[in-house]
Ligand binder design. Structure first.
Ligand code: SF4
Length: 325
């Protein structure tokens, strides 16, 4: 197993006002990630899907140890990295890369494209000088930025959003990482270019044997590239399974609602849209019982009292809902 995450939590303390500090000693927390477990195999594409505020991005940062977990366990390639110091974890960084959502913010505007892609090779002492340059030119070709010599010397400001994201992908993949966290990598890209960027990511994954932890709010995008999908709601995984099982037999009412929003490609066919009540609640005041009960069209008495456990309902397909015990 490449990555094993067990009961991972991340609580951010809420800053108190002056009056609140006088009136109460009680600390309040944003429970961004609230006890999740999952694993990713070598070369697997595992997606975390959910609305904004579900804890997906925080999970991605935790897994790479870019932020400190509150509790839980992260094991990468058989090594427990949960409490490793920055120094201890540094040699593993070449195997754990990230692609951010915003290709405009993720590249240093003062660095030429070639230097930006070469940087990880130098940092991790994989190559230098002519060899490093050759590797970058080869990678530019792979990501479709040709002629590579021209792009090597360009600055990000002169590139389109799609081209910048190709640079960010090249920078992440040049070390041939074992795990890449891809955080909404196509959501800021023009719709017409999204499939080509996803196809590029899949080609590189096949070539390098990398696994992706793919973070997206878009179930259709997740379906396109994932081996397995986990649905997150308010800091918890509420359903997880192989992509085909999740689409053939969605079980959690939240999954069904997300699925109903995907347009059906067949002309004349429509899926009935399930509209959820209201917005996702605050992660400071998480509803009691099933945290989805305030929006669930199928909620009943028990739902507001007892939190459902994630249970296996068919091989590899788990759901946390009292309707499926
Ligand atoms: Fe809805 Fe109840 Fe199932 Fe939660 S446990 S998803 S509220 S039916």
């Amino acid at each position: 197993m490449l990555l094993e995450v067990t009961d991972l939590k991340k609580y951010f303390p809420v800053a108190k006002t002056f009056i609140e500090r006088i009136l109460t000693k009680e600390e309040r927390y944003v429970r961004a990630v609230d006890g999740i477990s999952f694993s990713i195999e070598e070369g697997e594409v595992f997606s975390l899907v959910g609305e904004s505020g579900s804890g997906k991005t925080t999970t991605g940062k935790l897994v790479l140890r870019l932020i400190e977990p509150t509790s839980g366990r992260i094991v990468f390639q058989g090594t427990d990295i949960t409490s490793m110091s920055k120094k201890e974890i540094r040699p593993m960084r070449r195997h754990m890369q990230i692609i951010y959502q915003d290709p405009y913010a993720s590249l240093n505007p003062r660095m030429r494209v070639g230097e930006a892609i070469m940087d990880p090779l130098l940092i991790h002492r994989i190559a230098q000088g002519r060899e490093a340059r050759e590797m970058v030119l080869e990678m530019l070709e792979k990501v479709g930025l040709t002629p590579p010599e021209t792009f090597f010397n360009s600055y990000p400001a002169y590139l389109s959003g799609g081209q910048r994201q190709r640079v960010a992908i090249a920078r992440a993949m040049i070390t041939r990482p074992k795990l890449v966290v891809a955080d909404e990598p196509v959501s800021m890209i023009d719709v017409s270019l999204r499939a080509s960027i996803l196809d590029l990511m899949m080609d590189l994954r096949r070539e390098f044997g990398s696994a992706y932890l793919f973070i997206t709010h878009d179930l259709a995008v997740a379906k396109y590239i994932s081996d397995r999908i986990a649905i997150m709601y308010l800091g918890k995984i509420v359903e997880v399974g192989r992509t085909r099982d999740l689409f053939r037999n969605p079980l959690h009412p939240y999954t069904k609602a997300l699925l109903s929003a995907i347009p059906v490609p067949t002309p004349g066919r429509r899926r009935e849209r399930i509209k959820l009540k209201g917005e996702i609640p605050s992660a400071i005041d998480i509803p009691t019982g099933c945290r989805f009960h305030t929006r669930c069209p199928l909620a009943f008495d028990l739902c507001s009292r007892e939190e459902p456990e994630l249970m296996e309902v068919e091989p590899g397909h788990f759901v946390a809902c009292h309707l499926h015990k």
